[in-house]
Design a protein around this ligand. Structure first.
Ligand code: PMP
Length: 449
């Protein structure tokens, strides 16, 4: 009785005072208030247990409750609770050098607090780099439709999902969009044609006006679009040929999600000029964003002297505890061979999920590593997208069965029809079995309804 009253009190306070980011799990009813996490599972205050099939917001890569990570934060907070990166501290030094090693190049990293900020920093660095390189007219950025690059106004300008932007315009100027490769809907003859289209836009705009191309190696929130490996290789070549910086957004795809340490590593010969990271960098245990730039870019900032340094500061960016957590997180990913595990298990899970393509309501199942999209259609022949209500019903029915799944963001009105699965990378084989069985049974149940 007392517990019920306490729960009710929390629900009322939540409804009155807490402004949620969207309302993914339960749009109209009571909020899902989590009180405990264990591995890939969490429990709400009524004692219901759920497998988190989307790793929170694609970030809880090592699952809940890693004592070593908590210990790393605890010790760092006791030892040096805060320190700004206008000066320096040991965890940030160690982490920046570790990231350079993981990226297999020579990179220098600027730390912030989130994925959005990491992209903002990338845009500012890219623009200033061209200024300091004697090309002040190079200020435009090209990104792809369906992409999500963050919620702040610069990152939102690079984001190209109509419904996320329409109340916050006008966008910052200088952000252009091109269609992504999307073989299921045949936007282009093939994925290489999508890369060539970027070249055309650079030429039409004038290469002397374009600062960078920003893209996720695999579009995640925009509907899980996995291009052929050659696409990114060709985009990288085009960027190089036009002195346009290639900015790879690894906020979701970084740290093992796709079965490589970074998503760009699936494509041969790609060494991005700038890589942005967040989410899996700390497995969600602390907020941290990172913008790693190839050292030749950083050198341009050094050689012009103090007056021309990067005029950007972040009070909490690169917080010592967040950097200590990231270092421990990476150590675990390496020691437990998480990336190899995702690569091996990922393809067999995808194989199982592909059986769903036999159903009338499933147009395509696609994925890589531990990232899967199930595209729902109303008509298999015409590929007419399924009504938004269908994905909503399936998500709600999965939740009833103890499984949390997601769907793509508001890309184009009428196209909220891709179910998304992105379980923690450390999920047990039993967890993954539950995920595949539950989602398959629920979709079958809703076929032709
Ligand atoms: N880039 C991508 C690809 C993302 O998916 C997200 C967040 N979903 C961001 C950037 C922004 O990250 P954050 O929410 O930490 O600002």
């Amino acid at each position: 009785m007392q517990v019920q009253t306490e729960n009710q009190r929390l629900i009322e306070k939540d409804k009155e005072h807490l402004w949620h980011s969207m309302s993914r799990f339960n749009p109209n009813g009571n909020p899902t208030i989590a009180v405990k996490g264990e591995g890939s599972w969490f429990s709400d205050m009524d004692g219901n247990r759920y497998l988190d099939g989307v790793s929170g917001l694609w970030c809880l890569n090592l699952g809940h409750g890693r004592k070593e990570i908590a210990q790393a934060a605890y010790e760092q907070m006791l030892n040096l609770s805060y320190f700004p990166l206008t000066l320096s501290h040991v965890p940030a030094i160690e982490l920046s050098s570790k990231l350079s090693q993981l990226l297999k190049g020579s990179y220098t990293t600027y730390f912030s607090n989130s994925g959005s900020e990491a992209n903002e920093v990338a845009f500012k660095i890219a623009r200033q780099y061209h200024v300091q390189n004697g090309n002040p007219g190079k200020y435009k950025f090209i990104s792809r439709y369906r992409a999500y690059h963050g919620s702040t106004l610069g990152a939102l300008s690079a984001t190209a999902q109509a419904n996320r932007k329409d109340k916050y315009g006008p966008s910052a100027s200088g952000f252009l969009h091109v269609p992504p490769p999307y073989s299921y809907r045949n936007t282009f003859e093939d994925d290489l044609a999508a890369a060539e289209y970027i070249k055309e836009v650079i030429n039409w705009e004038g290469a002397d006006t374009v600062a960078g191309v920003i893209l996720e190696p695999m579009i995640s929130g925009g509907g899980v679009l996995i291009p052929s490996k050659e696409y990114l290789t060709r985009v990288a070549e085009i960027c190089k040929e036009h002195d346009v910086l290639l900015i790879v957004d690894e906020v979701v795809s970084g740290f093992g999600r796709t079965g490589e340490m970074f998503g760009f590593m699936h494509s041969e010969g790609v060494q991005p000029d700038i890589v942005t990271m967040a989410k899996g960098l700390t497995s969600g245990y602390m907020p941290l964003g990172a913008t790693a730039v190839q050292s030749y870019i950083y050198e341009k900032f050094k050689e012009t002297g103090d007056k021309q340094h990067f005029r950007h500061v972040s009070t909490f960016g690169g917080h010592p505890a967040a950097c200590a957590v990231a270092l421990k997180n990476i150590e675990i990913i390496e020691n437990e061979k998480i990336v190899e595990r995702v690569s091996e298990l990922g393809s067999s899970i995808l194989g199982e999920l592909r059986n769903l393509e036999n159903l009338d309501c499933v147009g395509e199942v696609r994925g890589i590593g531990f990232l899967y999209g199930i595209e729902l259609v109303a008509n298999k022949e015409t590929k007419e997208p399924a009504a938004e209500a269908l994905s909503g019903k399936i998500i709600a029915a999965c939740k009833e069965q103890g499984l949390i799944i997601g769907r793509n963001g508001d890309t184009i009105p009428g196209y909220q029809n891709v179910l998304i699965l992105a379980p923690p990378l450390s999920s047990t084989v039993e967890d993954l079995r539950f995920l595949v069985d539950t989602v398959s049974a629920v979709i079958k149940e809703h076929d032709q309804k």
